[in-house]
Design a protein around this ligand. Structure first.
Ligand SMILES: NC(=O)C1=CN([C@@H]2O[C@H](COP(=O)(O)OP(=O)(O)OC[C@H]3O[C@@H](n4cnc5c(N)ncnc54)[C@H](OP(=O)(O)O)[C@@H]3O)[C@@H](O)[C@H]2O)[C@@H](O)CC1
Ligand SMILES: [K+]
Length: 510
């Protein structure tokens, strides 16, 4: 297990309610725990205490959190000022209690109109505690104007739980949502945190445990259809090498890739496949690839195509338990026919990438031949070609991914920052590991090699797709410790596959 569900605000409010009413934890105590967890995370990030911390609080429980945070930060030695957006006579009970506690230590300033908006010093860190998950409609009037004021003048904003004005189930309306630099959120990440349309508002984000009752977590897990991949999950899923293993234990994979001028893709893919643990590897490549492959990847066997420059045929498919196809193949007519034959004849799930996907997109009649539970690894443009239309926003993208995976009974990996894996049953897995160094030609070839290797070793297609994405991304994070983002090469990612920290507990023989 150890997957993190990505929740809706409704789910988290329900969990909050269960903890208070069924487990008997007073709401005020929960607020104190939330504030403490926030402050611990804040202290690690905002070490500098030169400037003041300006807390802007609403009058609901998010504002109550803000006041408790203000008090705890003051006790930690920060210089703190509090501003309260006064839009009603009395706030929530826990807000009022925390207001009284704060006012015993220091005064507050109330904002009743735009004239009360303060000029924010450059070195102040703003804590945004105006509205949290209780927001029921987009902001307007004075609250919206205050949000715009903060966005325009605050140099650094740290949001409590969610940026104020954000409705996590709706696309953000740009001018009345806080644009946080950091969001410290409670208990579980919200689905919108992994969606690109929300990124400018959420900034970096961190989840803190506020002590909601673990007894309710299974209910959340059961309801969820969206999950975040984690190191704990990867560690649990990874199968350690067995002491009495031999090369046959870990499968024989076939990579069907390369063409003149693109043999590098085949080489990267093959190297990644071997590093990711396959027992035996054969690369079927055009004749021009024979010498480069034998030289650059001596561990792999090479099956030579009849054509000199592009793929036009298949080897006997019987020996192979997993097949990766597409990197560097080009879109020649001969290759198209051979691809169709591959789709029809393969008896195991395929990993389909790059020009294999482009050929299928250009010849949609091929879709029906894709073996069930194959793994498709399009980047957004390739997925758009496969779909035949462009999604308007992220929620539509999620729907499209789910629908495509279900219709064709395949796994779709949408490759991007925060890659998404869509499963035929409707589940979505999100990966937030990795870095912009992966934005370079060859990265996708490496991913195809890793996933093919995992399939060959007996991982299920779902495990192979998710673990492959996570391993690729964390290897890039490892590799970038010795490189700059701009200098990172896919080769470095391959070389770092064995260095990722989550794998290390499994490095020894069992
Ligand atoms: N979940 C957890 O586990 C825990 C959650 N905690 C915290 O509680 C937060 C949720 O608190 P919450 O429910 O009190 O709601 P919150 O976001 O403060 O706002 C409500 C206020 O806003 C108002 N309002 C609404 N829409 C509006 C609009 N468009 N324009 C103007 N006003 C609007 C609304 O007024 P109403 O509409 O009801 O008249 C009400 O006064 C959560 O994010 C987290 O920080 C922790 O303390 C402990 C554990
Ligand atoms: K907030």
């Amino acid at each position: 297990m150890h997957l993190l569900p990505l929740v809706s605000t409704e789910q988290i409010r329900q969990w909050d309610h269960e903890t208070i009413h069924k487990q008997g934890v007073p709401s005020l105590q929960l607020m104190e725990q939330a504030a403490l967890a926030f402050v611990r995370a804040f202290q690690k990030r905002e070490v500098e205490k030169k400037g003041e911390v300006w807390v802007f609080a609403g009058m609901g429980n998010n504002g109550g959190d803000g006041l408790a945070i203000a008090r705890l930060l003051r006790q930690c030695g920060y210089r703190v000022r509090v501003w309260i957006l006064k839009i009603k006579e009395t706030g929530s009970p826990d807000f009022e209690t925390n207001l009284a506690r704060w006012q015993r230590m220091q005064t507050t300033t109330f904002i009743r109109s735009e004239e009360d908006f303060p000029a924010i010093p450059d070195d102040a860190v703003v804590v945004d505690a105006l509205f949290g998950t209780g927001l029921s409609r987009p902001l307007d009037g004075l609250p919206a104007a205050l949000v715009q004021h903060l966005n325009a003048h605050a140099r650094r904003i740290v949001a409590v739980d969610v940026p104020s004005g954000l409705l996590p189930q709706q696309l953000p309306q740009s001018d009345s949502v806080v644009r946080a630099h950091l969001t410290i959120t409670f208990q579980l990440p919200k689905l919108c945190f992994v969606l690109q349309d929300f990124a400018p508002y959420i900034g970096e984000w961190e989840v803190v445990d506020i002590g909601l009752s673990p007894a309710y977590l299974p209910v959340i897990l059961k309801e969820s259809r969206e999950y975040l991949l984690t190191a704990a999950w990867a560690r649990n899923t990874y199968k350690p090498r067995e002491r009495f293993a031999h090369k046959g234990t870990y499968g024989h994979a076939l990579l069907w890739c390369g063409s003149k001028g693109k043999m590098g893709a085949a080489i990267l893919c093959a190297r990644a496949c071997l590093r990711a643990g396959v027992g035996l590897l054969t690369v079927h490549a055009p004749a021009c690839g024979y010498v480069p492959l034998q030289t650059a990847v001596p561990e792999a066997m090479v099956s030579v195509d009849e054509q000199e420059e592009c793929l036009s045929s298949l080897p006997d498919l019987l020996p192979y338990v997993a097949i990766g196809a597409g990197p560097g193949i080009g879109q020649q007519e001969e290759t198209l026919h051979a691809l169709q034959e591959l789709l029809v004849r393969a008896t195991c799930p395929l990993v389909l990438d790059a020009d294999a996907l482009n050929l299928i997109a250009a010849h949609p009649e091929l879709k029906k031949y894709i073996p069930v539970h194959s793994i498709l690894t399009p980047h957004p443009k390739e997925f758009e070609r496969l779909l035949g239309y462009r999604w308007q926003h992220e929620f539509e993208l999620l729907d499209s991914l789910r629908a495509f995976a279900k219709q064709h009974q395949v796994y779709v990996i949408l490759k991007r920052a925060y890659s998404i894996i869509a499963c035929p049953g409707g589940d979505l897995f999100f990966n937030t590991a990795g870095n912009a160094g992966l934005a370079k030609g060859g990265s996708g070839d490496v991913l195809t090699g890793i996933i093919t290797a995992l399939l060959a070793q007996g991982y299920s297609p779902k495990e192979a797709a998710c673990l492959g994405v996570y391993w690729h991304a964390t290897a890039a994070d490892e590799a970038v410790k010795r490189q700059a983002l701009s200098t990172l090469l896919p080769t470095d990612v391959v070389e770092s596959l064995g260095a990722v920290s989550w794998i290390h507990s499994h490095m020894k023989y069992v």
